[in-house]
Ligand binder design. Structure first.
Ligand code: GTP
Ligand code: MG
Length: 250
């Protein structure tokens, strides 16, 4: 029996790109393509339907809100694997097999597409995004000993593991929340290099000053929150942890 793969695409005003994204998803690999229309004021929903996707609406704006709405739908159809993909045609949907194969082969539970420099079209990722991602990955490595190189939106995860993570973030902290929680939950994590091109349509996050500031602040806040939470958890299990001079060595 082949695995059921649900592709979730959060989309806010992506009418120019959405049908190309859907059209490039390898036929036969995805059992369903779900576009979460996040309060678009253009023809995103109609275009997505025409391209063959299931469309649901989420009126609360925010990347995480759209992804959470996608998970509500997933709970009804119970897929084996969920793939997340942006709706602006920056990711290469035709590379989807690179992400799902390690899961299908039993080598990983969670696979992140890393937008490496060699596979990135010049200008596809703005300098602020490159630097911000690098700092966030360095912090995760330092705090939780996990080696990520990107917070890429193109990713695949076993649905039952994703449910266990109890995702909550409603905005730009969604990707990093999943990566931190995957490590804390002991999932087998893999990264694969993926291509990335300049977006189609108007930039909303990294191409705008307010978008960059809001996204950076949210990512930083998420890192801090989980750092404090995990630190408190370690101390409540092991009160001597972190208390200089009281650690005993056998
Ligand atoms: N910004 C934003 N994106 C949303 C929202 N809801 C869904 N999305 C989708 O989330 C994906 C990522 O948003 P993008 O605007 O491409 O963000 P980005 O890739 O960091 O930056 P740019 O491509 O430079 O704009 C796209 O598919 C958006 O359509 C929302 O409320 N705000
Ligand atoms: Mg984008």
């Amino acid at each position: 029996m082949s695995a059921r793969i649900l592709v979730i695409i959060p989309a806010f005003n992506e009418a120019r790109a959405i049908n190309r994204v859907i059209g490039d998803i390898p036929r036969g690999l995805a059992s369903e393509v779900l576009v979460v229309n996040n309060a678009s004021t253009d023809t995103t929903a109609a275009n997505a339907r025409q391209a063959g996707a299931t469309v649901v609406d989420e009126s609360r704006r925010g990347y995480g809100s759209a992804c959470l709405r996608g998970l509500e739908h997933a709970a009804k159809v119970d897929p084996d694997i969920v793939v997340f993909l942006d709706g602006d045609y920056s990711d290469h949907p035709d590379e989807m097999a690179l992400l799902v194969n390690p899961i299908l082969q039993g080598d990983a539970d969670f696979v992140v597409g890393s937008r490496t420099r060699e596979l990135r079209e010049p200008g596809a990722m703005l300098p602020q995004a490159v630097v911000g991602n690098r700092i966030a990955c360095w912090c995760m490595r330092w705090l939780w000993k996990v080696r990520y190189t990107d917070l890429g939106p193109f990713r695949a995860i076993r649905f039952k593991d994703l449910t266990r993570l109890q995702m909550q973030d409603k905005t730009f902290g969604w990707t990093i929340e999943m990566q931190i929680k995957a490590q804390l939950a002991g999932l087998r994590i893999a990264e694969v290099p993926v291509s990335y091109r300049r977006r189609t349509g108007v930039s909303k996050i990294t191409g705008t000053v307010t978008g960059t500031v809001k996204a950076s602040a949210k990512i930083l806040w998420t890192l801090l929150r989980f750092a404090v939470l995990t630190h408190m958890l370690v101390r409540s299990f092991n009160p001597s942890e972190g208390t200089a001079g009281r650690t005993t060595h056998c």
